[in-house]
Design a protein around this ligand. Sequence first.
Ligand SMILES: NC(=O)c1ccc[n+]([C@@H]2O[C@H](COP(=O)([O-])OP(=O)(O)OC[C@H]3O[C@@H](n4cnc5c(N)ncnc54)[C@H](OP(=O)(O)O)[C@@H]3O)[C@@H](O)[C@H]2O)c1
Length: 281
Amino acid sequence: MKILVTGAKGLVGRALVEHCSASGDEVFSYDHDALDIANAEAVESAIAARRPDAVINCAAWTDVDGCETNPEKAEQVNALGPENLAHASRNAGALLITISTDYVFDGEKEGFYTQRDQPRPISVYGRYKLEGERRAQDANARTIVVRTGYIFGTGGKNFLSNVVSWARRGQKIKAIRDYWGTPTYGRDLAVRLRELAVHDKPDIYHVVSAGEGASFETFTLEALRLAGLSAENVEVIDGDSLGRPAPRPRNSRLKCLRSEKIGLPPLPHWQDGLADFISRE
Ligand SMILES: NC(=O)c1ccc[n+]([C@@H]2O[C@H](COP(=O)([O-])OP(=O)(O)OC[C@H]3O[C@@H](n4cnc5c(N)ncnc54)[C@H](OP(=O)(O)O)[C@@H]3O)[C@@H](O)[C@H]2O)c1
């Protein structure tokens, strides 16, 4: 396949470029410097020039607290960006896959969120990611939305991707015990993104690693156990004690109702992904 990847230097973007290249695809890889997805003209000309079979959007402004205090930028990148990509993909006859988030939900549900659940974002980040889903679907009927959450992997700037390296350096780690999600390994997500491109069945998919989910505390303790490190520097805290600008959903665990219907098995368990990640660090 000919696949154009945006946000190619982010956690998911890197894993995707590596996986597609190893699978023999022709990959057009655009990092933020090479292509700003908020720039409609630049997006149109890149996609028109490359004429890919699929565009996979891994670019986003993922700073949840930053989005809360700068909604204009959040809208430009996370809502207008996917819309620009959708217009250009439609004009080029390409499939668009755009990644969205578990933060489109409010976190009040007891169990897992499926595609039947009504999104109700409680943060600016979640609101504009949801708007990005809808604007992309409106602009190109051949759009696949992939909601995921609690991603970890090589190159990640987030908490889950860094706990082991912080612990190795003897740093203090504040692990939140009362917010839950479905941890998802970036490399396994990348494999599923490519499979969805091959299947080419526009819809909304929830893509997460297998398992019952975890709090930040559970994930941290498991990561340190697998890495053979002591948990003595872990302080267990309540999320609200951090006083972060953006509210987060307390429970944002996801489950997919559609993957099995198109013959895709569950992704590997997050603990297996975590073991693989640690062995590569
Ligand atoms: N990480 C998570 O736990 C998580 C959870 C749920 C959903 N997601 C979604 O998963 C997708 C991939 O996230 P990730 O974890 O790989 O995040 P990431 O590591 O922060 O990567 C995002 C990439 O997008 C780039 N970017 C930012 N603004 C851009 C723009 N205007 N144009 C082009 N590129 C831009 C960033 O570049 P710079 O750093 O140079 O700005 C960065 O390389 C995103 O859609 C995100 O919303 C992530």
